[in-house]
Design a protein around this ligand. Structure first.
Ligand SMILES: Cc1cc2nc3c(=O)[nH]c(=O)nc-3n(C[C@H](O)[C@H](O)[C@H](O)COP(=O)(O)OP(=O)(O)OC[C@H]3O[C@@H](n4cnc5c(N)ncnc54)[C@H](O)[C@@H]3O)c2cc1C
Length: 292
């Protein structure tokens, strides 16, 4: 399943779900229950992340393999941080043998593991990786974009220049880091278009699952929590998990409706390997005729 091609020829906005591979055998049962539940929504594709430094190499491969065996439309990720060109071709050859046709290419971050030493020939940036892969393989390729700028970026302007480089090196679509204010996304898309970036840029949606997780991830990823939302989250500091998840569904629904009304090419959900909130959001958008 070629995602670049799908976005180019879509009949309406697409839906995709992102998963982390299960951590161990014990986590597998729960993981596939979530995957199977979300598969009933007929997403256009489901993707499996890849731990930088190769930390989830085998787990990611096994999850992709099983999802391909289940005939689910599957995209494999590759985070190149610290791994050698030979290791990269090793990973890609195995994905190719499974019949995977789309690879989402990211640099990844330095693992928080003191024992990790990056391979001296590893790639510094996602654009280098994309150039390496597009010169050797026939995969459709995706890459990441950052509506509020990447946390290490010199400036948003420079970050957008590097997104253009990723397009020039073979990326056929970009998935955006999540955000809670749609104006960041639309202003980013306008700036990207002005810079000559023509590939589809797909908004990433992170439903609020817990207050703690939201605060922690937003800090890590540089995503702003707008003041109004922050106030609502603070008011739920002592609330039970169901109440917080209900707010998360409400906020994401409003956000998705606005994105769809303004003509986005798709919605990419960061599921955090949970099905409940995403099920509710997508089901409601379908019931309201906003998604196919
Ligand atoms: C949708 C999505 C999925 C993700 N999935 C994963 C995953 O599966 N595994 C994982 O480990 N991480 C994942 N990440 C996180 C990602 O790996 C980190 O954000 C990482 O820090 C940057 O990756 P990148 O591919 O955007 O890097 P790059 O595009 O290489 O950018 C990294 C930084 O370098 C700068 N830069 C880029 N090119 C150049 C250049 N030529 N010269 C100088 N500076 C440059 C950029 O401005 C940016 O600050 C994901 C992120 C997103 C948005």
């Amino acid at each position: 399943m070629r995602v670049g091609n799908l976005y180019r020829n879509q009949a309406g906005p697409m839906v995709s779900f992102e998963f982390f591979p299960p951590r161990d055998e014990k986590a597998e049962t729960g993981f596939y229950t979530v995957v199977d539940e979300l598969a009933t929504l007929n997403p256009d594709y489901m993707s499996v992340t890849f731990g930088a430094g190769g930390s989830t190499r085998e787990g990611s491969y096994q999850a992709v393999k099983k999802m391909m065996e289940k005939k689910l439309p599957t995209v494999a990720y590759l985070a190149g941080f610290g791994i050698s060109p030979d290791e990269i071709t090793g990973v890609l050859d195995r994905y190719k043998a499974l019949g995977v046709e789309t690879i989402f290419v990211i640099r990844g971050d330095e693992p928080r593991n003191d024992d990790f030493t990056p391979h001296p020939d590893s790639f510094s940036y996602a654009s280098d990786l994309l150039g390496f892969i597009s010169g050797r393989y026939d995969f459709d390729l995706g890459c990441a974009g950052y509506p509020e700028g990447h946390v290490q970026a010199e400036s948003l302007e420079k970050d957008i220049e590097y997104l253009k480089l990723k397009q020039d090196k073979g990326a056929q679509y970009a998935v955006a880091q999540y955000f809670y204010d749609n104006e960041f996304f639309f202003s980013y898309v306008d700036r990207c278009r002005a810079c000559g970036i023509t590939i589809p840029i797909i908004p990433g949606i992170m439903p609020i699952y817990t207050v703690k997780l939201t605060n922690m991830l937003c800090k890590l990823c540089g995503s702003t929590i707008p003041a109004e939302l922050k106030g609502r989250l603070d008011a739920l500091a002592d609330a039970d998990a169901k109440e917080v998840a209900a707010l998360g569904v409400e906020v994401a629904l409003e956000q998705c409706k606005d994105l769809l009304a303004r003509g986005v090419d798709g919605l990419h959900f960061y599921t955090m390997d949970r099905s409940g909130s995403v099920m509710q959001i997508v089901q409601q958008l379908k019931e309201q005729g906003l998604l196919k």
